[in-house]
Design a protein around this ligand. Sequence first.
Ligand SMILES: [Ca+2]
Ligand SMILES: [Ca+2]
Length: 308
Amino acid sequence: MPQETHTAAPTSTLAPSRTPAPTSTSVPTNKPKPTPTASPIPPTATPNYADGYETDVSAPSPIAVGETQTRNFYPLGDIDFVNVMVKSGRSYQVSTSELALGVDTFLEVDLNGDHWENDDYQAPGSGDFSSAICFSSPVNETALITVTNLAQLYSAARIYKLDIVEVPGLVLEQTTLDFGQVVSDSTNPASQDITVNGGSSLAWTAAADSAWIALNKIEGNVPSVLTVTVDIADLQPGAYEGEVEVFWGTLCSQKVTVTLQVDPSQGSGANPSFHARPIQVSHRKPALLPPNVPVNFTILVEVKVDQP
Ligand SMILES: [Ca+2]
Ligand SMILES: [Ca+2]
């Protein structure tokens, strides 16, 4: 008997899948070019606008005799401190020059307990605010130079030049001339002398600042004597003070103070005891009310009962 065989049911064949339509290849777009990344800038140090001699607060920076330094006033509140070696018996001139806009130097020198200072050596109206000091040293020592900006403006542009040079020394034997008390309308007091000493044949000039002071010469060479007279003809009674200034070198000068007391002459009626006392008339200023201001009056009425 034939055995029944099972034929395997035909498996369904998979319907052929549709092949996907080829997709259109996308047109390559222009890819944005990578922007170059900025290379990092290495951090720079904060710019220092101070002059090359800073900082000089804790220890002044040095300058040599004959040297010129270009400096500025920066940062805020900057004051320049400078040291210079000076020698006994020598004289020196320290000065500032070529001041930028906003610079008005004030110069000081300290040496061996002595102090000199100068703001402006040019006259008012010159527009020049530079400074100069001449000094002589009795010792071999370090002098301290201090420069301040009186304009109080501080930036890299507030520039000036500082220099120190040796100069011939000049010595005035007198620093004051006191002509004492003189009676008005009398003869002038006796003249007095200023002795001018210093380096060999050093030239000097002189000037007085007051019309009542006269000089017998306005220039000379050391050693020499400068004679000073005072003329009281046009002076009213009172105290007078003037100056004689002697100049040498480029910027150096020294002043001699001249004092004089002119007293009233007798018979001039200047004695106050003979003056009639002026009659003093006082005017009482009336009180004024501003216009259109109402004024209130209060009238008090006292009623008395008549006694029978
Ligand atoms: Ca400075
Ligand atoms: Ca000045």
